[in-house]
Design a protein around this ligand. Structure first.
Ligand SMILES: [Zn+2]
Ligand SMILES: [Zn+2]
Length: 212
């Protein structure tokens, strides 16, 4: 799988481009302020995007959606329960003292697990609320082979967990999502978070101070 990560100030939120090495189909996950770099990565790898998929709708994960959608002409997916956050992008920006443009409406809500497909890869969507009501984990796996990789948004980080003090956040719900959904994957499953470096399920299961 082609995998490119980009993060820029002020939030240093990870935006991802995932591509199928055979068919050159791709997805973009959480385009934010680094959207131009994600678009460049698509071009560099000669990839054609099929979807823009959002892990959740906090400001840092959506500020590049409009730009990406205009450039790529592909549908944007989000969990229904985060649409209230998505529609309040401008107000979210004001909380950080930032002027943010309103984003175009999403094209579809995740309706069940999927899968959504790019080339030989499947993306399953697992609801993992707690950091926000509509947070999801995107489970990416090559069809009929290979191990899944998890794109968890801000639910779980290397050595930490997502904050739960924003609207719709709940600590108990978050811990339950991590234990019941994320920790159901094997220890060697790689976790790509919304911020910071990748980690593994095993490492977090053993050493994450919020979970041991
Ligand atoms: Zn967030
Ligand atoms: Zn974030």
């Amino acid at each position: 799988m082609v995998l490119e990560t980009r993060a820029v100030e002020p939030f240093f939120k990870n935006g991802y481009v995932l591509g199928c090495e055979e068919t050159r189909e791709a997805i973009v996950i959480d385009p934010g302020d680094e959207v131009e770099e994600l678009l460049s990565a698509l071009t560099e790898h000669q990839l054609t995007a099929k979807y823009i998929l959002l892990t959740h709708a906090h400001l840092d994960h959506i500020t590049g959606v409009g730009r990406a959608r205009r450039a790529l002409g592909v549908p944007v997916g989000l969990h229904r329960e985060d649409n209230f956050l998505y529609e309040h992008a401008v107000q979210q920006g004001l909380m950080f003292g930032l002027q943010v443009e309103r984003q175009p409406p999403v094209d579809f809500f995740y309706d069940g697990e999927g899968p959504w497909r790019f080339g030989r890869y499947d993306v399953r969507v697992l609801h993992t609320p707690g950091h926000c009501p509509g947070g999801v984990c995107l489970v990416v796996q090559k069809q009929n082979e290979g191990k899944p990789s998890l794109f968890v948004g801000d639910t779980l980080f290397a050595g930490s967990i997502g904050r739960t003090d924003l609207p719709g956040g709940n600590l108990e719900t978050l811990l339950k999502s991590i234990r019941d959904v994320l920790f159901s994957f094997p220890d060697d499953t790689i976790v790509y978070s919304g911020h910071g470096e990748p980690t593994t399920i095993g490492r977090e299961r053993r050493s994450n101070p919020f979970l041991v």
